[in-house]
Structure formats: structure tokens, C-alpha cells
Ligand binder design. Structure first.
Ligand SMILES: C[S@@+](CC[C@H](N)C(=O)[O-])C[C@H]1O[C@@H](n2cnc3c(N)ncnc32)[C@H](O)[C@@H]1O
Length: 197
């Protein structure tokens, strides 16, 4: 399939600006709109490979802050001192272990995406499973008033997911950044102002 002009625009821009992936522009747009990541923040980036979201977060938090990424694969082209990547499978990761391993977070990001099969229901339910796990991790690790960004595929279960996690945040919004590929069904849930139990 021939990629469209807009896809090429972001891919070329990312290459020219030395970002590790074009998906950085989705986080950049989300962050500019919702003002999520600040200097000195501690950020957790779920599904961090190849590294552009972590790379962006590191530029925002600066030296006093830190970013922890988790993925099945470790970003090789990126190793600043205040970045730690944990190689692991989110589906089987024990949340209690992670809570003991890293400090509480101001921001939890999840760009987790399962390998797509092309079978709509399968892809949506796998994405939902990862989103549920990301939300569980966010609830366990977010500081009071922290923020959560989570990729999710549009489908019936999205409404249920949104209403299930909304009591934990002051505001929940769904947002589709301009850099999202036109054919993609992904959308980002943005929860701001975490309210711990
Ligand atoms: C769209 S990519 C993330 C891109 C990243 N935000 C960036 O800007 O570089 C999705 C990532 O989710 C990871 N992933 C999918 N399922 C996973 C799982 N069960 N555990 C850990 N990582 C997973 C994949 O390995 C992949 O690197």
C-alpha cells in the first residue's frame, strides 16, 4: 500500500529532527494540549521501544527528573543517565514488583500496541487487555494529581474502559493526534489530576 503524503511528512520530519520514531509527534501534541510533562517529573513509559516517547519525556523532565521505560525490546540508540529501560512483558509483569522497584510517578504513558492481526475483534480485545494493565500500573504508581496517557483501539469496550477509570481522575478526555495514521483506529485516553483511593 502506498503511504499517504501526511505519513511521509511525519516520518521525514522525525528523521530530520533526530527523533527515534514519528510517533513522537503524537505525544508532543498531547503534551502541548494537556500540559502533562514538566521539569523534574518522574515519568513511566509503557511500550517504550524504539524510544521516541522516552526521548521526548527526557527532554521535558531534564536532569533532575527521570524516565523509566518498559518494553519487550530495549531501545539501543538511546541511553541517557536518567533513563532506565526494563525489558519485560506488561501482560505478566507483577505490579507489586514494579512498585517496589521504582519511585512513584508524575506521569504514566502507555503507547503499548499488540502486533495487529487484521482481525478487528482480536486486535481490539488485545489492545484493551494492554490498556487495562496500563491503567492498573498507573493507579499503583501515580502520585496525587498525576497524569495518564493510554493508547487504545476504538471499539465497544472503550466506553466501558473510560467510565471504569474516570473516578480515578479529575478529567478524562479522548484525543486523536494529527500524526495518527489515517487508517489507524487508535485513540488516546488522557486522564489528568489523578485521585488516589
Ligand atoms: C507503537 S510501539 C511504541 C512506540 C514508542 N512510543 C515510541 O515512540 O518509540 C508499541 C510498543 O509496545 C510494545 N509492546 C506490545 N506488547 C507488549 C507487552 N506485552 N509488553 C511490553 N511491551 C509490549 C511493543 O514491543 C512496541 O515496542
Amino acid at each position: 500500500m502506498k503511504s499517504n503524503r501526511w505519513d511521509d511528512h511525519y516520518t521525514e520530519k522525525a528523521r530530520a529532527e533526530k527523533w527515534l520514531a514519528r510517533s513522537v509527534y503524537k505525544l508532543q501534541e498531547i503534551d502541548r494540549k494537556f500540559k502533562l510533562i514538566h521539569k523534574r517529573d518522574r515519568v513511566l513509559d509503557l511500550g517504550c521501544f524504539p524510544g521516541s516517547w522516552s526521548q521526548y519525556a527526557i527532554t521535558k523532565v531534564g536532569k533532575p527528573g527521570d524516565v523509566v521505560g518498559i518494553d519487550l525490546h530495549i531501545p539501543k540508540a538511546f541511553s541517557p543517565p536518567n533513563f532506565r529501560c526494563i525489558k519485560g512483558d506488561i501482560e505478566t509483569l507483577e505490579v507489586e514488583w514494579l512498585v517496589a522497584e521504582i519511585q512513584p510517578r508524575n506521569v504514566v504513558l502507555s503507547d503499548l500496541a499488540p502486533p495487529t492481526t487484521g482481525i478487528r475483534d482480536t486486535d481490539v480485545s488485545r489492545s484493551m487487555f494492554l490498556a487495562e494493565k496500563a491503567a492498573q500500573i498507573a493507579r499503583a504508581l501515580l502520585k496525587n494529581k498525576g497524569h495518564f496517557v493510554c493508547k487504545i483501539f476504538e471499539g465497544e469496550e472503550l466506553k466501558h474502559f473510560k467510565s471504569k477509570i474516570s473516578p480515578s481522575f479529575k478529567q478524562i478526555r479522548l484525543f486523536r493526534p494529527k500524526a495518527t495514521r489515517k487508517r489507524s483506529r487508535e485513540v488516546y485516553l488522557v486522564g489528568t489530576g489523578f485521585i488516589p483511593n
